[in-house]
Write a protein that binds this ligand. Structure first.
Ligand SMILES: [Zn+2]
Length: 108
């Protein structure tokens, strides 16, 4: 029988990052689901996502980070809480937050 050994510090770090990543994905789904019915709730989820990513030093995927306002932390969804301008020549999308009008440039 093998004796289970304690996880090293490196393994612990990887594990906590993975768990934080899972939480971020779950929170993102919840934010999307609640956006129309309870927008203030999805803004809270967006703030949590940002705090989690900063605390565990996780780089958010472009798909996730483009949905969070840098100015007020609101959850951005084109047509609902943000307007989007596309500049195809520069392969650029400009998201403008409807509550604080902060602009976010996302290259695609
Ligand atoms: Zn904003």
């Amino acid at each position: 029988m093998t004796v289970p050994r304690a996880a090293t510090d490196d393994e612990k770090g990887a594990l906590t990052k993975r768990i934080a990543n899972e939480r971020i994905v779950i929170l993102f789904k919840l934010a999307e689901q609640n956006l129309e019915a309870r927008p203030e709730l999805s803004n809270e989820y967006a703030k949590l996502i940002r705090e989690l990513a900063m605390h565990y030093r996780i780089k958010l995927a472009k798909r996730l980070s483009s949905h969070i306002c840098r100015g007020c932390g609101a959850f951005l969804e084109p047509g609902i809480s943000a307007s989007v301008r596309v500049i195809a020549k520069q392969r650029l999308r400009i998201y403008t937050c409807n509550s604080c009008s902060t602009q976010k440039k996302v290259y695609y």
